[in-house]
Design a binder for this molecule. Structure first.
Ligand SMILES: [Zn+2]
Length: 86
């Protein structure tokens, strides 16, 4: 999905709601169920532990648009599986 790394914010990110737990605030869907994604890599912020974080925007299938900080993202199932196998 090329749009995810576009330098220009897509218009649908305008009305995004901040989600603190990385789920859609309206229906509770996870980020990987979103129909569209945009990652604001142009404007990283230095957070705790001097780690960079950035906003990730998600267009949920319920019509809600929400965003969360990249460092609030829970570990993906795939990463979990790789750890279990090693
Ligand atoms: Zn939703």
């Amino acid at each position: 999905m090329m749009e995810a790394f576009s330098p220009v914010p897509p218009p649908w990110t305008d009305d995004a709601v901040h989600s603190l737990d990385f789920y859609c605030p309206r229906c509770g869907n996870e980020a990987n169920q979103a129909q569209r994604v945009w990652i604001n890599r142009q404007a990283p912020v230095i957070g705790e532990n001097n780690q960079q974080k950035w906003q990730e925007f998600y267009y949920c299938e319920c019509g809600e648009v929400w965003w969360a900080w990249s460092n609030d993202r829970p570990p993906s199932e795939l990463a979990q599986r790789e750890q279990d196998n090693s």
